[in-house]
Design a binder for this molecule. Structure first.
Ligand code: SDX
Length: 428
């Protein structure tokens, strides 16, 4: 018997087993809590609750560590590429060359959308948010692949995984083209994953778009950095929907919807809007931070703070460097980057942020790069979804393969009216 935690309640003491992970994180196994004590736990926002055991991604929030399948994010960002990282997340090991080439070929062979899917895009208003369109189109994929959406069939899961990873850049680019009133540009299978996305985004039937390899590489690094992040809000949503045995397309569509929120993936769009507001008002970073600290002011320093990182988000450090590289290569300065760096400099010395351990997160600098590449602000979270897709799928597959997995169904503490009789209309 390993370690136990003792719980005493109403004069009874029970032993609850303590489980330990490979990085020595420990958790109390509550499986018998209610049956032996009548108690449930109460933990809004799951601040202290583990939903699963997972071997995909490890985060040490205090030390600012992030590893995919044991590989430090810094090494993967420098030496790997998004397709290789996607394979790693999905299969647990770095691929041999043949396997990676085969994976890339599979994605090329599935990058086109069914022609009938174009009707979905044209049905939306031009100013529809692309996250709404993306979530709808991803969910609609299940209607085109009804013969391969059984979560318990490994071949169905394999081909659905390929189709999602292959088509997400096409879906994202089509969202953008629809908003511009421009014709959709088909994928070009002679291009790599990121170059193909940029081609579909910015080429037109009249003009070829020549991809700058440095820009494609910067995008590839951004996708690597967004690829997984253990049990964040959207990944937990994907797992929750998958736990009902809904198909992979429906589960991923729910993850896209969860990611949209400004507390989560929508923060990269909110950061740019915040920086533009500061630039337009002509106020100093210090003045703006005072507003963020004011409890009567709903504004927050977007791109700062994190539920797990109580140290600098390692992804933010890398993105800041990539951001400066891209801007210098493009011989572009960025007023917004100057404002962001001023905000960071002031916040990291400000007692409010220091005592609450609020540091830049993955969203603080990413939007500045997207903007420099020419991505419109409302597409930033779509790119976050493109990056996070292999992580969502890997986590969903891990759930489906877990023989102990059950439908997710949290309990509650009821605080409503106690039993009362129905009152007829003339008595109300
Ligand atoms: C992502 O979970 C993941 O892994 C997510 C992610 C991923 O890769 O999947 O990393 C991606 O979502 C990054 C986070 C992007 N969101 C933002 O940048 C939005 C701004 N940040 C916050 O809203 C906030 O920091 C959260 C939502 C990220 C975390 O919120 P928590 O953990 O619930 O903490 P909290 O809101 O309870 O804040 C604790 C305190 C509060 O003050 P007090 O009540 O103690 O006085 O810190 C304050 C908050 O008011 N605070 C901030 C702040 N973030 C927290 N104050 C000002 N500006 C901020 N950004």
């Amino acid at each position: 018997m390993g370690e136990v935690a003792k719980l005493t309640f109403n004069g009874k003491t029970i032993d609850l087993p303590v489980i330990e992970g490979t990085e020595h994180e420990k958790g109390i196994d509550l499986a018998k809590l209610r049956s032996e004590t009548g108690l449930i736990t109460y933990d809004p926002g799951y601040m202290n609750s583990g939903a699963c055991q997972s071997s995909i991604t490890y985060i040490d929030g205090e030390a600012g560590i992030l590893r995919y399948r044991g590989y430090p994010i810094e090494e993967l960002a420098e030496r790997s590429n998004f397709l290789e990282v996607s394979w790693l997340l999905l299969n647990g090991e770095l691929p041999a060359k043949g396997a990676l080439d085969g994976f890339a070929q599979d994605l090329r062979m599935h990058s086109m959308l069914h022609e009938d899917m174009k009707a979905f895009f044209n049905a939306f208003p031009k100013n529809a948010h692309p996250m709404a369109v993306g979530a709808a189109v991803v969910n609609a994929m299940s209607t085109f692949y009804q013969d391969s959406s059984d979560p318990s069939n490994p071949e169905h899961v394999r081909i659905s995984t390929i189709r999602l990873l292959a088509k997400m850049p096409t879906i994202a680019a089509y969202c953008y083209k629809h908003s511009k009133g421009q014709p959709f540009i088909y994928p070009n299978n002679r291009l790599d994953y990121c170059s193909n996305f940029l081609h579909m985004m910015f080429a037109t039937p009249c003009d070829e778009y020549v991809v700058d390899p440095a820009v494609a590489r910067a995008l590839d690094v951004l996708l690597i950095l967004h690829a997984d992040h253990e049990q964040n809000c959207s990944t937990s949503t994907v797992r929750m929907v998958g736990s009902s045995l809904a198909n992979l397309f429906a589960s991923i569509s729910a993850g896209v919807a969860a990611l949209w929120g400004p507390r989560h993936g929508g923060a990269n769009q909110a950061v740019i809007e915040m920086l533009e507001e500061i630039a337009a008002e002509g106020i100093s970073g210090k003045t703006f931070l005072e507003k963020c600290k004011d409890k009567n002011d709903t504004r927050r320093l977007m791109g700062f703070g994190h539920r797990v990182y109580k140290n600098y988000d390692p992804r933010a450090k890398i993105i800041k460097t990539v951001c400066m590289d891209v801007l210098s290569r493009m011989k572009r300065s960025s007023r917004l980057l100057d404002i962001a760096m001023e905000l960071e400099g002031v916040a990291l010395k400000d007692e409010y942020f220091v005592t609450r351990k609020l540091y830049p997160n993955v969203d603080f600098y990413s939007g500045i790069i997207y903007q420099a590449i020419g991505i419109p602000t409302d597409m930033f979270t779509v790119l976050f979804a493109m990056g996070r897709l292999p992580g969502w799928i890997a986590q969903w597959q891990e759930l489906q393969k877990d023989p102990t997995n059950k439908i997710g169904r949290p309990r509650q503490i009821y605080t409503g009216a106690t039993k009362r009789a129905y009152s007829p209309m003339d008595k109300r």
